[in-house]
Design a binder for this molecule. Structure first.
Ligand code: ADP
Length: 558
């Protein structure tokens, strides 16, 4: 027997309709490329999104077509999230930090018909334009007076394009399984693969992301969205924010510690979201300017941190500097992206601060809606005992069922599980501890060493800003860990000091064979350490050193 409830489809337009009606005056604050603050609100975002929807129809863009955005976080980019998807068109968010060749591949693969872009990206697009086979026009996200000088053609001015339309538009009723956004993942080898989100997946993800044990968003919250709108839907915050009526603070291109600190203070952010690297820069700025800054201006209650492991030292730092609870999240582009969050349980209430940080340093528990398990190489489920290490697999309504245009073939097993490529443990309470990405694990004499654990232990040193652990080839052990560290300005941590520091934090055989101090570490386009680059650069570090030592010890030929 079927239930007798209404079958209202779950559509992204439902979110903006709600925010426009019930939170119309709640602010959307953007910082533009010139550093000026621009103020809008949810009501304005909805009205302008409707004008945009009409303009797209006028340009002949039809439901199911793809249009791309190449832009930093701003109210205009947010309008695309709703104005493009509302009428059933697919918004392909492009990461401008990728290599031009990858961007060209993605734009052609997605068959984007239009590209909306920040004026600053005009030179990059000019370089690509002759190779783009489907693009019929470019729209600069700017008013007439800020239009770039460019050879891109035909070129539209966003403000004029939407200014020519009325806001008399009804959001159409679509099938909730229709596509809404498209985001390519760069995490794997080979060509980037497109994750095509349905309206339904993203609406369900918003309900969950906003809920108290996940981010916990309310109409009183002001969210500093540092995670880019081109990175896995900015972790769903634009949608969860619309559902909750939260104020959004969009930082534009400036993501350095100084810019973020002042924006966070001036706009009284209660919540913020970004990858760990961003927060290292933020605290580094605070450390260097301690005497000048009034830290009591920061009202941050929660920081959503993921994309790579949030070190325990960062969790502690947030709490002890501002009383901020760091919500450690894990997920990926393929999971919309939030799959687990590390909130505490009732049984943790009596734990002291240090013990609570230990819990928070785990990647967290599956959200309602996400099923999670770990398996051995043969796909057999492993126990949830906090010890067994296995492949992390997920299933659920906001997990991908396959990549755009079938790339990569069938990605689900017979029971619908998606292999995340991550390796970890699950404990009795369901907390996931990520050991590594399968390809980043360090294989030493048949045993695995977690690069994440080594890095977290290293960055707990007060003079270390950032650390990367990789496996370098070793003639006896296959691989041995090599630790690369970036020290704080004016500080130097020697190899001996670092090894002594690590000696009571990791197993003896995990201790790196060497520690190298570097000026900076390479990052991927999504702000993660680029282990692939480091592995290439340092692959022969131990073998060449050993060969050198042997050569030095060899008797000199007479
Ligand atoms: P990209 O590789 O393009 O950045 P994603 O953002 O989808 O793609 O990356 C997802 C991956 O990031 C996960 O599979 C995992 O390896 C890593 N990751 C995400 N969150 C965490 C976390 N909290 N701790 C450790 N690793 C994480």
């Amino acid at each position: 027997m079927q239930g007798l409830m209404q079958r209202t489809p779950l559509l992204l337009s439902g979110l903006i309709k709600h925010a426009g009606r019930y939170h119309a005056m709640r602010e959307i604050v953007s910082r533009n490329a010139q550093g000026e603050i621009e103020r809008s609100n949810w009501g304005e975002v909805e009205r302008r999104a409707k004008r945009l929807a009409r303009a797209l129809a006028r340009l002949g863009i039809r439901p199911g077509d793809r249009v791309a955005s190449m832009a930093w976080n701003s109210a205009r980019h947010l309008e695309l999230y709703f104005g493009v998807t509302g009428p059933g068109i697919v918004l392909h968010t492009v990461n401008p930090r990728l290599f031009p060749g990858q961007i060209e591949y993605m734009l052609n693969h997605a068959e984007d018909r239009l590209i909306f872009f920040d004026p600053a990206f005009a030179p990059l697009l000019e370089q690509l334009a002759p190779k783009l086979s489907s693009v019929e026009g470019y729209v600069a996200l700017a008013p007439r007076e800020a239009m770039p000088e460019t050879s891109l053609a035909p070129l539209h001015c966003y403000e004029e394009l939407i200014g020519a339309e009325s806001e008399d538009f009804e959001w159409p009723v679509l099938d909730e399984n229709d596509a809404s956004l498209l985001c390519y993942t760069s995490g794997t080898t080979g060509n980037p693969k497109g994750v095509l989100y349905s309206h339904r997946a993203l609406v369900l993800h918003s309900y969950c992301a906003a809920s108290a044990d996940v981010v916990g968003l309310t109409a009183e919250d002001s969210i500093l969205v540092v995670v880019p709108l081109f990175h896995a839907n900015a972790w769903g915050l634009p949608f969860a924010g619309a559902a909750s009526g939260s104020k959004l603070i969009l930082p534009g291109p400036k993501l350095d510690g100084e810019s973020l600190f002042h924006l966070m203070a001036d706009e009284e952010a209660t919540a913020a979201a970004g990858v760990p690297t961003v927060w290292f820069g933020f605290f580094d700025y605070i450390d260097k300017n301690r005497d000048k800054l009034d830290l009591s201006r920061i009202r941050l209650q929660k920081a959503l941190v993921g994309g790579s492991a949030a070190p325990r030292a960062l969790i502690k730092r947030f709490n002890e500097t501002f009383g901020t609870f760091l919500v450690h999240a894990w997920g990926m582009t393929e999971t919309s992206p939030i799959a687990t969050t590390g909130k505490l349980l009732a049984k943790h209430a009596k734990l002291d601060r240090e013990a609570r940080y230990d819990v928070q340093a785990k990647q967290g528990r599956a959200l309602f809606g996400v099923e999670l398990k770990i398996t051995d190489d043969e796909g057999r489920e492993l126990p949830r005992d906090g010890r067994a290490v296995g492949h992390v697999k997920v299933r659920g309504p906001w997990v991908t069922a396959g990549y755009f245009k079938g790339e990569g073939g069938n990605v689900l097993d017979a029971e619908g599980w998606f292999d995340t490529g991550d390796v970890g443990t699950l404990d009795e309470d369901g907390y996931l501890t990520l050991v590594d990405r399968a390809k980043d694990l360090i294989k030493s004499g048949g045993e695995w060493i977690s690069s994440i654990d080594l890095e977290n232990a290293a960055v707990a040193h007060p003079d270390v800003l950032e650390a990367a652990a990789i496996g370098a080839t070793h003639p006896k052990w296959v691989e041995r860990p090599l630790l690369l560290i970036v020290c704080r300005e004016g500080k130097l941590v020697s190899r001996e000091e670092m090894l002594a520091f690590l000696s009571d934090k990791v197993a003896r055989w995990w201790l790196p064979d060497d520690v190298v101090v570097v000026d900076s570490l390479p990052h991927t386009a999504t702000g993660k350490l680029s282990k692939a680059t480091l592995r290439k650069q340092y692959a022969d570090y131990f073998t060449s050193r050993l060969a050198g030592a042997e050569a030095a010890a060899a008797p000199v030929a007479s």
